[in-house]
Ligand binder design. Structure first.
Ligand SMILES: [Zn+2]
Length: 321
């Protein structure tokens, strides 16, 4: 394994994970743009990830679908299994088996369930390559139920004042979780930007009950006049249908930094927090644990103190397995 985004290499094959550079077969764990490597001759991902990428104008034409839980045989005899990573629709870890060695790459992962998705399950392997986006002990997220409760309370209060509650979130994953939360708990329309609308339409193939409108359309304007929730990846409006827009920010980063200009901040994340990552590692006796992304060195250091054979792929660029 080598580099910040991992590459697995043996005598005959080269497997790139997510945005790793170079030639080889590319395994894409989910449809977030910071994980979108350039298309290679063969690109492996779930059908949902492929569709969400396409809705975001990222095209992988030479593509093998890897349905969750199905072992697929790759050239040179490698076996690959995509497994739910709990991060967003279609997101997967990858388990790669080669020459009696098994490697589990988590991609971005969330071990906690949310309103539309199960958290990542535990899987065995010799080597675990785990993300460390929130791999520092300062990141301890409150229970999701509590965050949901606080969000709904803020939305209701904002509507009661005659204003439009607006949530700034990532377009893919978090936006649809919020649409689902509002749909399930409040009787109020949800307006989205065109970008979020396109991704939400892919979610609707799986979750048919999701209900949302595109802002700026006749229907959307009419809904806003009577009170609606707005979801956007940018703080792009201050008024909708002559109503004042109040903004809230929903991301795990609000635990340590808060951009100005928001009415409310919610630590809602599609990742595991530090404790979720550590318990994932401790729940199985992995021979080697490699950490990547975010606080990879901090997480590796903590894991070593717990007796785990752990390294950050940023500290140790090449690991012989
Ligand atoms: Zn992601």
């Amino acid at each position: 394994m080598e580099g910040a985004a991992p590459v697995f290499e043996d005598r005959e094959s080269r497997v790139l994970f997510d945005a790793a550079e170079g030639y080889g077969l590319r395994c894409l764990s989910h449809a977030h743009m910071d994980h979108a490597g350039s298309p290679t001759e063969l690109n492996v991902m779930t059908g949902e990830t492929h569709k969400i990428f396409a809705s975001r104008k990222k095209y992988y034409r030479r593509f093998i679908e890897s349905p969750l839980g199905v072992k697929i045989k790759l050239p040179q005899g490698l076996l690959l299994t995509a497994l739910n990573s709990g991060h967003m629709l279609g997101s997967s870890m990858f388990k790669l088996e080669a020459d009696g060695l098994s490697i589990l790459y988590t991609g971005d992962m969330n071990v906690y369930d949310n309103i539309i998705q199960r958290g990542a399950e535990q899987h065995e392997a010799d080597v675990l390559v785990i993300e460390a986006t929130y791999g520092s002990p300062i990141y301890k997220f409150p229970d999701r139920e509590w965050i949901y409760y606080e969000m709904i309370k803020w939305v209701r209060e904002t509507l009661a004042h005659g204003d439009i509650p607006a949530l700034k979130v990532y377009s893919a994953g978090k936006a649809q979780e919020i649409v689902a939360l509002i749909n399930k708990t409040l009787n109020v329309p949800v307006l989205t930007t065109p970008e979020i609308y396109r991704v939400s339409m892919i979610y609707k193939n799986t979750f048919r009950w999701l209900d949302f409108l595109r802002a700026g359309t006749r229907e959307g304007d009419e809904a806003a006049r009577n009170g609606a929730v707005y979801v956007s990846a940018r703080r792009d409006v201050s008024q909708l249908a002559n109503r004042r827009v109040r903004w809230a920010l929903a991301t795990g980063w609000v635990l340590t930094s808060r951009q100005d200009g928001f009415d409310a901040y919610f630590p809602l994340s599609a990742h595991s927090d530090f404790h979720g990552l550590v318990s994932y590692v401790k729940n199985h006796d992995y021979k080697t644990v490699l950490t990547i992304y975010g606080f990879s060195s901090t997480l590796a250091r903590h894991l070593r103190r717990l007796g785990v054979n752990a390294y950050s792929l940023e500290e140790k660029l090449c690991v012989e397995l």
